[in-house]
Design a binder for this molecule. Structure first.
Ligand code: BGC
Length: 248
């Protein structure tokens, strides 16, 4: 087994951590998950994050995802966590709670890095748009494996509404949409993204990508669209890569 790193994935519903094998992109041992506290304010999230890290007995550097824009370790938006995060230095807050050095990145960017290193976008030379479908819609833009951070394509305004309010998994659950009706919204979403960016490949991640056969075949796009290979673990793996100073 090669070098290892710790990936911590802060999500709207769960805070998950695992040790990642940097040679294979696989998790080493078990993943540990605790529910995201409510309200998901910095102090409460940091305390839960510290409990996840200590459960797995990790004592090195941590790569940490956050479900909002992250610039130089600072949260700049918080669509699905407490607004108190905006302006908070994630690395400082999680670092103080765990006593460890932390590197923070947007959750979809972490997933994109993992897919580019080990998954569905590995070795792709062109423009890849990785989207994560969950509580929100996250996006990562990769060109030749290089990440362009904080693309935030889940907040494109489409037909007068914020895209993730209509096409996320949360929207599907909230409105109890059938796969067919949800796929219509995804169709509108992905065709808008492809008309703006002309990507070479879409990779679809998030927990729902396990059921990709239920909705991807219903989409009709000019861009190839495939499920994420690392499924819901891409965030943890990408965070681990980041912790090791290997952003791609
Ligand atoms: C946030 C993104 C995040 C995505 C998935 C969106 O609401 O703005 O930063 O990547 O949700 O969590």
């Amino acid at each position: 087994m090669g070098a290892k790193a710790f990936g911590l994935d802060i999500g709207g519903s769960g805070i998950k951590g695992a040790v990642v094998d940097l040679g294979t992109g696989r998790l080493v041992g078990d993943r540990y998950r605790l529910p995201t506290p409510l309200p998901a304010c910095p102090a409460a999230v940091a305390e839960t994050a510290a409990a996840v890290v200590s459960e797995l007995g990790w004592s090195g550097q941590i790569g940490c995802t956050f479900p909002g824009v992250v610039r130089s370790g600072v949260a700049c938006s918080a669509a699905n966590v407490d607004p108190e995060w905006v302006g908070t230095n994630i690395e400082t807050v999680i670092g103080a709670a765990t006593g460890l050095a932390v590197v923070a990145v947007n959750d979809a960017d972490a997933a994109g890095m993992a897919e580019a290193a080990f998954g569905a976008a590995a070795g792709h030379a062109g423009l890849v748009v990785v989207t994560t479908l969950g509580t929100g819609i996250g996006s990562a833009l990769l060109y030749g494996g290089v990440l362009i951070p904080n693309s935030e394509l889940g907040h494109l305004e489409i037909d007068g509404a914020d895209a993730e309010l209509r096409a996320s998994v949360a929207a599907r659950d909230r409105e109890d949409l059938s796969w067919q009706r949800w796929a219509k919204r995804l169709q509108r979403y992905f065709e808008t993204v492809e008309s703006l960016l002309w990507p070479d490949l879409f990779v679809v991640g998030g927990g729902v990508s396990r059921k990709a056969d239920r909705f991807l075949p219903l989409l009709s796009l000019r861009t190839p669209i495939v499920p994420a290979a690392l499924r819901n673990e891409a965030g943890i793996v990408g965070a681990g890569l980041l912790a090791a100073g290997r952003p791609r």
